[in-house]
Design a protein around this ligand. Structure first.
Ligand code: ZN
Length: 148
């Protein structure tokens, strides 16, 4: 788990921070809720929006239940069933990781989460996943909080 690698903040109005996460496997799911939550609290924004985005094209950010880590495993299993690793993908001629790009495209690179009373507004069972599809690697996550 890395420390923020860059930061800019105007406390109470907006904040942008980037932190790094080392994934552990070729395909992986990591709960990053607490890292994001602590950055939102530090931003001091009472009401607004928090965008969480990964800066990579073979990783994804998803809001879903993180209390059971098997949900992350099941999502990876479902995507692997839907997207075969070998399928004469054109990108494999160049980079050999087309399936990872496709899986990341299906889930998407970011989520937008309301901020209320200075905290992330998530459901009881909702958390924030980082999904890795071409690891293990060091992945950057940007957290942008804007008052409004
Ligand atoms: Zn590629």
């Amino acid at each position: 788990m890395g420390l923020p690698v860059c930061a800019s903040a105007e406390r109470g109005r907006k904040m942008t921070e980037t932190f790094s996460i080392q994934t552990g496997q070729v395909e992986d799911s990591i709960d990053i809720t607490e890292q994001v939550r602590s950055l939102v609290e530090r931003a001091g924004v009472e009401r607004g929006l928090c965008q969480v985005m990964t800066l990579h094209s073979t990783a994804a950010i998803v809001v879903n239940e993180t209390a059971d880590p098997n949900i992350g495993v099941d999502v990876i299993t479902a995507l692997s069933a839907a997207v075969p690793k070998r399928n004469d993908w054109r990108h494999d001629l160049r980079d050999d990781n087309a399936h990872a790009h496709i899986k990341a495209s299906i889930l998407g690179p970011s989520e937008l989460i309301p901020v209320s009373d200075g905290e992330l507004l998530l459901g009881t069972w909702q958390g924030i996943w980082l999904f890795e599809f071409d690891g293990p690697r060091t992945r950057k996550v940007v957290v942008h909080v804007l008052a409004g």
